[in-house]
Write a protein that binds this ligand. Structure first.
Ligand code: CAA
Length: 258
C-alpha cells in the first residue's frame, strides 16, 4: 500500500504510516491504505500488532489540514466518518494493537493512538488535540476516547485549551503506559508485543473483547459477558496444555491458537 507499510516479524505485525513529508498526516488515501493493511493482517499468524509512523519526528501529525481547509459540512461529515470507521476497526481488531508513538501525536495522531490497546511513547513524543484552535472539533474519536482514557476533566482541559502534552506528562496522566528514548522505542514495543504473543491467543482475544465491550456496560452486564467469554476457553488445546503443565510442575508447550 502506498502510504502504509507492513512487516511481519514472527508473530508480530508492524504497520508504519509512511507519509513522512507531511509528518504522516492522514487524508482519505492514507486512511484507505491503513484500512486495507489492517484488513490484510492474517490473525492466525499474528498475535500482536504495532502501529508507528515513518521517520524520527512524527507518529501522525493529525488529519490533513490542507485537505480539510476547503471542506463543506457534508464533506466534513464524510471525512470524520471515514476516520472513525477505520479507527473503530482498529479498536475492535481481534488481537491487541500497540501504538509506538515516535514523535508528534496531534489531532488524528493522538486519536489513532487512543484507538490502540496500549500506547508506548518515545521521549520526544508530543500529544495534543489542536482542533478547537483550527475551528473544528476532534473528528476521529478524540472527544470520546480521550475522556474514556484519561478522565473527562483532563480530556476537556486538553481539548478546550489545545495544550501540548509532553511524553513524561502523558505518562503521569495515564495517556501512555511507558516512555523510552527514541532509539529504544521499537525494541521495547517488540518486547512488549512478544510478551503478549507468548500467551494463549484465544484467551488474549477474549480478554480484549471483555475489557473493551465491558467498559461500555453496567457491571452486571459486564461480568455476565466475562462469564460468556471465559467459557470459550476451557477445552481449547491451549488451556489443556497450560493447566496440565501447571499440575505436572513443568512449563507448557508453546501455544498453538487452538
Ligand atoms: N496536515 C497537513 N500537512 C501537515 C500536517 C497536517 N496535520 N502537519 C504537518 N504537515 C506538513 C506541513 O504542512 C509541512 O509540509 P510542507 O513541507 O509541504 O510545507 C510538513 O508537514 C512539515 O511540517 P512543518 O514544516 O510544519 O514542520 P515543523 O517541525 O515546523 O512543525 C508541527 C511540526 C508542529 C507538527 C506542525 O507541522 C503542525 O502544527 N502541524 C499540524 C498539527 C495539527 O494541528 N494537527 C491536527 C489536525 S486537525 C485533526 O487532526 C482533526 C481530526 O481529528 C479529524
Amino acid at each position: 500500500m502506498g502510504y502504509v507499510k507492513y512487516e511481519q516479524k514472527d508473530l508480530i505485525g508492524i504497520v508504519t504510516i509512511d507519509r513522512e513529508k507531511a509528518l504522516n498526516a492522514l487524508n482519505d488515501a492514507v486512511l484507505a491504505d491503513l484500512e486495507a493493511v489492517i484488513d490484510a493482517i492474517d490473525t492466525n499468524k499474528t498475535r500482536c500488532v504495532i502501529i508507528t509512523g515513518a521517520g524520527q519526528k512524527s507518529f501522525v501529525a493529525g488529519a490533513d489540514i490542507a485537505a480539510m481547509s476547503t471542506m463543506t459540512k457534508a464533506q466534513g461529515w464524510a471525512f470524520s466518518k471515514h476516520g472513525n470507521d477505520v479507527f473503530r476497526k482498529i479498536e475492535k481488531f481481534p488481537i491487541p494493537i500497540i501504538a509506538a508513538v515516535n514523535g508528534f501525536a496531534l489531532g488524528g495522531g493522538c486519536e489513532l493512538s487512543l484507538s490502540c490497546d496500549i500506547r508506548i511513547a518515545s521521549e520526544n513524543a508530543l500529544f495534543a488535540q489542536p482542533e478547537a484552535g483550527l475551528g473544528i472539533t476532534p473528528g476521529f474519536g478524540g472527544t470520546q476516547r480521550l475522556a474514556r482514557t484519561i478522565g473527562a476533566g483532563k480530556a476537556k482541559e486538553m481539548i478546550y485549551t489545545c495544550s501540548k502534552v509532553k511524553a513524561e506528562e502523558a505518562l503521569r496522566i495515564g495517556l501512555v503506559n511507558a516512555v523510552y528514548p527514541a532509539d529504544q522505542l521499537m525494541d521495547e514495543c517488540i518486547k512488549l508485543a512478544g510478551k503478549i504473543a507468548r500467551n494463549a491467543p484465544i484467551a488474549v482475544r477474549q480478554c480484549k473483547k471483555a475489557i473493551n465491550m465491558g467498559l461500555q456496560m453496567d457491571i452486571d452486564s459486564g461480568v455476565a459477558l466475562e462469564a460468556d467469554l471465559f467459557s470459550l476457553c476451557p477445552g481449547t488445546k491451549d488451556q489443556r496444555n497450560a493447566m496440565t503443565a501447571f499440575c505436572e510442575k513443568r512449563k507448557p508447550d508453546p501455544f498453538i491458537n487452538e
